[in-house]
Design a protein around this ligand. Sequence first.
Ligand code: ZN
Length: 311
Amino acid sequence: MTHSIHHITANSGNLDRTLDFYGRVLGRRLVKKTVNFEAPSAYHLYFGDETGSPGSILTFFVWDDTAPGRLGIGETQDVGLAAPRQSLGFWMHRFIQNGVSFSPFEKRFGETILPFRDPDGLRLALVGVDGLENQLGYEGKDVPAEHAVRGVHNVTLLIDRSGPTADILTALLGYRRVAVDGYVERYVASGGAGIIDLRAAGDFLPARAGAGSVDHIAFRARDIAELRTLTHELVARGVEVTEEKDRTYFKSVYFRTPGGVLFEIATDGPGFLVDEDAARLGTDLKLPAALEPQRWLIESALPQAASLLPV
Ligand code: ZN
C-alpha cells in the first residue's frame, strides 16, 4: 500500500494576493472556494489542475493580516512543484515580469530547481522533471498547457532527527529511502507522485506558524476502507490520531509526526465535482451542510475579493 501526496495546505496572509499569485501568476485553477471548517472566518482556497486531482493540489487558509511564520524545526522547509525541465526558462521569465522573488537555478538530487517565494514568503521551487512535456497540464489564463505546473513534486521537512519520521514514511505510508544529498534524505512513494525529503537539523529553533508557513501535508488513501486501515495501524503504533473528519471533498484523519510536522491522510474521493459542475469549479462560496444555516453571517464576515470571478 503506498500513499503519495494528496495535497499541501499553507497559511496565507491576504486573499487578493493569494488569488492573483496562484491563479494568475502560477496558472493554477481555483477548484474550490470554501472556509476553514473549524474557523469559518477564514477562507480555504484549493488550487489544482482542471479538476483538482489528488497530487495537484495546494490549499490555503487565508488569515488576513496575520504575522509571518518563522521557519524552524517541525515544519516544511520548502515545497517543490513539478514542471517540464525545458519550461524552467519560461518560468524564470515570468517571475521577472511579475516581480516574483526567486533565486538562481540549483541542482538537488540531480534535478534542476528554480527556488522562489509566494507573496507571503512561502518557500517554493519549480523542479524540472523530464518526460512531463509529453502530457499537457492545465491551461492557465496566460500559462500555456505545455509549461503548466503539474502538481506537487516534493516537500522538504525540517526536523531534529530523521529516524522517527522516516519510520512512519517507510513502515506505514509505503515510502522507501532512495538517495542522500548532503544533509537531506529522499523518500519516494512507489508508483505515486510525491517525494518527501527529510532534513535533520538537530537543535534549532522550533517553527512558528504564520503567513507563508505550511500547515500540513496530506497523503492519499484510495477510499475510506484504506483510510481506516491506516488509522488502525497508526493507533497500534502509539500514534495519536484525530477522529475521522468529513472535509466534503474527502474524508481525513490528522496526526503529528514525531518530528513535529502535521500529517493528514485524505481519501481520493469524492473530489471537487461533488458540489459544483466542472465548468464552475471555484465560482461560488461552498459551505459544508453544518455551516449552511450560518451562511449569511459567514459571508458578511469574510473579506471580499477584488475580483469575484474565479481566476
Ligand atoms: Zn488538508
